[in-house]
Design a protein around this ligand. Structure first.
Ligand SMILES: Cc1ncc(COP(=O)(O)O)c(C=O)c1O
Length: 388
C-alpha cells in the first residue's frame, strides 16, 4: 500500500514535521464537510450527526491514550493545546504558587507559553538535559519547591526521538502538589501511550503528526484537574475551549486515533525496523562517519538523528533533492543556526551542524529506507568526505 501523495515525489523522511493524511481519515471526515454541516449545539435534526460524530471522536482519542471521553478537550492544534495546558493550569493555581518548571528542549509552543507567564509574575525554571537529551529527575527534585504549580516535560523530543522519564517526573511533581503536563505530540500514534502509566494530569495530542489534518489537536485533562480557558466565549468543550466545534477536523482526529489504536503496537515495531534499516545502511555505506544523536534505546521508533562527520546537514539535504528530510526542528527552519536541541545536549557546533533528522512513517518501505541511505551517502562521498 502506498499513499497517493507520496508516489511521485522525493522519499519522504520528515514525518516528525508533519504526516500525509491517511485516506481512511479523509473518508471519515468528508461527510462532515459535504453533508452533515449542522452545529452540534443546535436543537434540531441537523445537529444530530455532527454531535454524535464529535462524541465518537472524543471516545476514539480517549481510547488512544487510556483516558475517558470526558477528559478530552478538542483544540485547534498542538500549540493551542500546550498553551491551554500551561497557561490554563498555572493561572488556575495562581493563589497556590508562582513557579512553573519545564526543560530546554521543549517545542516553542511550551517554552513560549511558559515564558508568557512571566508577565503574570510567574518564575519559569528550565531544566537542563544530558547528552542523550534526557532530563535527570534529580534536577527536578532540586528545582521544585512548594511554590511550583506546574511541571511540563515532553514525552519525546521530535528531533532526536529521546523519551523523557515522565512517570518519575510526574511523581516528583505530585509530591510537591504541582500538576504534570506532557506534550505527547510526537508519541501519539507512534508508540503506545497511557495517561495512567505516565501519571500525568495534562497531555497534548496533535492531529497532523498522526495522519490527521493540521489545525486540530486535543488536550487530555485528568478529571478533577483545575484549569481556566484561554479562549473565551460559549460553553463548548466543558467551558474550556469556546468556539463552534470544527466537526470535520475533530472526526478526522478521532479516525486517526482509532487507526493508530488498532495498529499499535505492531506499527511501532515496523517503524523501528524501517528506521534501523536506514541506520544500518548508512553505517554500511559510510563506515565510521555516522554518529547517532539522542538516546540509542529510549527513543521514538520512527526517529533517526545522525551526524555525518564533517558534513553540513543543510547543504547535504539541499544536494540530495530526492530525499525530503530535516536538519533541526522544522519549525526553526530558515534560520541558519544549528539545532538548539542538539546544542542543549552538549553537542559541539560542527556535530550539531552535521545533523540529519530522518523520520519514517506509515508508508515508508524498507526499500525506500535503503534508497534514501544510498542517495545521502552518495552526496556525502561526493561533497563532504574530504573534510571528514
Ligand atoms: C512536540 C510538539 N509540540 C507541539 C507542536 C505544535 O503543534 P501545532 O503545529 O499543531 O501547533 C509540534 C509541532 O511541530 C510538536 O512537534
Amino acid at each position: 500500500m502506498t499513499h497517493p501523495a507520496l508516489t511521485d515525489g522525493p522519499i519522504y523522511l520528515d514525518h516528525n514535521a508533519t504526516t500525509p493524511i491517511d485516506p481512511r481519515v479523509i473518508d471519515a471526515a468528508l461527510p462532515y464537510l459535504t453533508h452533515h454541516f449542522g452545529n452540534p449545539s443546535s436543537s434540531h435534526a441537523y445537529a444530530a450527526k455532527p454531535r454524535a460524530a464529535v462524541a465518537e471522536a472524543r471516545r476514539q482519542v480517549a481510547d488512544l491514550i487510556g483516558a475517558t471521553p470526558g477528559e478530552i478537550v478538542f483544540t485547534g492544534g498542538g500549540s493551542e493545546a500546550d498553551t491551554l495546558a500551561i497557561r490554563g493550569a498555572a493561572l488556575a493555581a495562581r493563589d497556590h504558587g508562582d513557579q512553573v518548571i519545564t526543560q530546554v528542549t521543549e517545542h516553542p509552543a511550551v517554552l513560549e507559553a511558559c515564558r508568557s507567564l512571566t508577565a503574570e509574575g510567574f518564575t519559569v525554571t528550565q531544566l537542563p538535559v544530558d547528552e542523550f537529551g534526557r532530563v535527570d529527575p534529580a534536577d527536578l527534585r532540586a528545582a521544585i519547591t512548594d511554590n511550583t504549580v506546574l511541571v511540563s516535560v515532553m514525552t519525546a523530543n521530535g528531533e532526536t526521538g529521546t523519551l523523557q522519564p515522565v512517570p518519575e517526573l510526574a511523581a516528583i511533581a505530585h509530591r510537591h502538589g504541582a500538576l504534570m503536563h506532557t506534550d505527547a505530540a510526537q508519541v501519539a500514534g507512534k508508540a503506545p501511550l497511557d495517561v495512567t502509566e505516565l501519571g500525568v494530569d495534562l497531555l497534548t495530542v496533535v492531529g497532523h503528526k498522526m495522519y490527521a489534518p493540521k489545525g486540530v489537536g486535543a488536550l487530555y485533562v485528568r478529571t478533577g484537574t483545575s484549569i481556566v480557558p484561554i479562549i473565551h466565549g460559549a460553553s463548548q468543550e466543558q467551558g474550556l475551549r469556546a468556539g463552534t466545534e470544527s466537526v470535520a477536523l475533530i472526526v478526522a482526529l478521532g479516525a486517526a486515533a482509532a487507526i493508530a489504536t488498532t495498529d499499535l503496537p505492531s506499527s511501532a515495531n515496523r517503524l523501528a525496523s524501517t528506521r534501523d534499516t536506514l541506520h544500518r545502511e548508512l553505517d554500511r555505506l559510510l563506515p565510521g562517519a555516522v554518529q547517532l544523536n539522542g538516546h540509542p534505546v529510549d527513543r521514538l521508533p520512527n526517529t533517526l538523528n545522525v551526524s555525518l562527520a564533517g558534513a553540513d546537514g543543510k547543504a547535504l539535504l539541499a544536494a540530495t533533492p530526492h530525499v525530503a528530510a530535516a536538519t533541526g526542528s522544522a519549525c526553526h527552519e530558515g534560520l541558519d543556526i544549528p539545532s538548539a536541541v542538539l546544542i542543549a545536549m552538549g553537542l559541539v557546533h560542527d556535530r550539531a551542524s552535521a545533523a540529519l533528522r530522518l523520520t519514517v512513517g506509515r508508508w515508508t518501505t524498507p526499500e525506500e529506507a535503503k534508497e534514501a541511505a544510498r542517495l545521502l551517502a552518495d552526496t556525502y562521498l561526493t561533497k563532504f568526505q574530504a573534510s571528514a
